[in-house]
Design a protein around this ligand. Structure first.
Ligand code: CA
Length: 228
């Protein structure tokens, strides 16, 4: 069951109610706003996890509201799905240009609405992890900005390739990476990276991780993953 807070900005009450009905049934917490002005009042006291934004609104329209949402520090990165009745490329492009993450064209089915919301939330969660400078998993702390790693609070000295591999793993614990994907992540090195050299890097990384070396698990025939 979902639990995210969704703000719907839509001036047509019947569409709003239909959206609320379908979203609440999935467990989402829904707030309805009938205008951009209402939405801005709501945003002063609350921060939704995702915003469904109708473009054609009385008063301030959806484009202008989207720009304001992106300009506010607290909603700068909040996912916005624009909802438009007009299947016009120009509107969609304009909406994406003012910072919307995706769009839905009216009339839409509840299944499409829910699928888009889930996809956008998933994508934004991944982007949020990727944009962080410091990421921790268990005893491991990777700091991209300072290019440093601590394991169990002790600094580790890693090569650039080892650092990039560990950074990749820590950002996606439990995800299996093929050697090819790992090569991709360390691409741009000053020497060619091959499948075999990935294995060599992993050996080096594990040795440096000492007691925590088993956190990098070999997935036979596939690649590697990080486990707790
Ligand atoms: Ca409208």
């Amino acid at each position: 069951m979902a639990s995210e807070k969704i703000m719907i900005v839509e001036d047509e009450a019947d569409i709003r109610e239909l959206m609320r009905y379908n979203l609440e049934r999935e467990g989402y917490q829904v707030t309805e706003c009938a205008s951009a002005e209402d939405a801005l009042v709501y945003l002063e006291k609350s921060t939704p996890d995702i915003i469904l934004l109708d473009l054609m609104l009385p008063g301030t329209d959806g484009f202008a509201l989207c720009r304001k949402i992106r300009a506010l520090e607290k909603t700068e990165l909040t996912p916005v799905i624009m909802v438009t009745a007009r299947n016009e490329d120009a509107d969609i492009v304009a909406g994406l240009e003012v910072g919307a993450d995706d769009y839905i064209i009216k009339p839409f089915s509840a299944r499409i609405l829910l699928a888009r919301i889930k996809a956008v939330l998933r994508r934004c969660a991944v982007e949020a992890v990727d944009s962080k400078n410091v990421v921790c998993f268990g005893p491991i702390e990777v700091d991209r900005k300072h290019h440093s790693v601590r394991v169990d609070d002790k600094p580790l000295t890693l090569t650039l390739s080892e650092f990039k591999i560990l950074d990749l793993f820590v950002r996606r614990p439990g995800v299996v990476f093929s050697r090819y994907q790992i090569v991709d992540a360390v691409h741009g090195e000053d020497y060619p990276v091959t499948d075999r050299s990935v294995d060599v890097q992993i050996v080096g990384l594990r040795r440096k991780m000492g007691d925590f070396s088993s956190m990098i698990k070999t997935v036979r025939g596939v690649g590697y993953k990080m486990v707790s």
